[in-house]
Design a protein. Sequence first.
Length: 543
Amino acid sequence: MTATKPFSVKKHPIELVKPEPIPAPESESVPATTANAAQPQSSNPVLAELRTLLRQSSHYLVGMVGGLALGFVSFPLFTRMFTVSDYGLIDFAQKLLLLATALGKAGMQNSTLRFFDRSRFAQTEGSERSFYSTMFFGTAMVSVGLTALFVLGVKAMPSSVIDAPLASALLLISVLISFRSLQSIQLSFLRIEERTKSYNLVSLGGKALLIVSVVIAVAFMGKSVTAYLVGIVATDVGVGIALTFPLLRRKLLGWKAIDWTLLASALGFGIPLVLQELAGIVLDTGDRALVRSYLGNVALGHYSVAYGLAGYVSTLLMLPLSLAILPIYMRIWRNEGREKTIQFLSIGLNIFLLVAAGLFAVATVASQDAVVLLASAKYRVAAPLIPTLVAGLLIYAVQVFLTAGLVIKKDTRTVAFVLGIAAVLNIGLNCLMLPRMGIQGAAVATLVSYLCSTLLLAKLSFKVLPLKVQVRSLVAYVAAAAAIAFTVPRLDLHSALGNLFGKSLFALLLYGVLVFALDPRFRLQLKSLHHYFQGKGDIANAV
């Protein structure tokens, strides 16, 4: 899994962040502008931006919930449609595609977010078209070249490194390097315009189209890896074309409009981020290659299912936040300064930790029944991996807050270096643990490497932006989650479906009770919220 985080220590000829306030937005329905969400009026700018974060995160969360709903259709369908071995190969091929796409994007999706300047568009005629054209065609040129190198590399690899089934799969989906690289830019356009509804529509439409495309491909080609990958290619090509038409209709794309100076600056900012993204992908993906090498395709299939289910949990929490939070805290940094930024992120961090610990408790309780219901009983051995993987992924997700100082400093090299160390650690731990612990060794290696990278990044980032971690509250959250994880799974409602929903709901309620009992600060916040809704207090006291 890769999560994207832009920073750089380089100096660039174009000013990336200007101090003037961002003007009020135009409606999303107006196509000729880059709309920005209205900033709420409040005497406390931190609370105003927290409401903005909550609103935009909730928009993305709606899309995530819709995506999860579609995932609950596709996941059981595909795990039952394909053999364990084929499912493992499909997942592994897509992870390698992700690695190639990271190179094809050249970090331009981060440059799109970082170089966006609404006030300049309003002041300089043609600058908006130049910006969009530069980011789009710059990415296209890099990704097409990378696709050609990828194809040549796969063909040149000996069969001892890439066997025939894997090579065929990679050659088939190589065209997606360009399409997915461009999609990342097109989705970044929606993000900078803060068009959350459009973003959700594209994301959900793509997932729904994937299910239909794969089912049609299987109907004509049979249950094979090739059929699944043909469905993916058809889906991504269709979505990419659909996303390009609005840009052409708004006359935002033109080859002659490319600003080559801006492109050089964007690549200078983005390319160092490729190292960071590659390190993150290797950290997330390297264990797949080692599981396949040490334990075979069947074990890889089991591990892929466990990782996929764990990923649903972390994605539900991380992705809405990561999509919404960067523009908001950068706006606070520009307009309100360092202390307000610290306050905003510290409050958000504590809320995140509260929710994350609760999600871990529920995931631990539900893991066994979720695997049986969603993936089928043939993947039952994957269930014990889920709590460990969920813990690791949630620890990794908290980096969206902890690394804010490095984001503001634009320190790409530090982040890339730390993630690179974690990736090497992950590979080393897998080599050490897989022969001794089997597939569980890969899950433990993931947890340890994510924990180490998060702690180190937090230490370095806090030198720039020291967030205030509520240690006593964190201990209460962890204690409550651990108590639930060790006790509630022992309950048995004599039905997989009953266990999944009944025990999950019970775990969630029990978590709330335990946190209330263990954390005085949580009790104070609930009391303040109660007074606020009764009109007797200030919302500031609740946070």
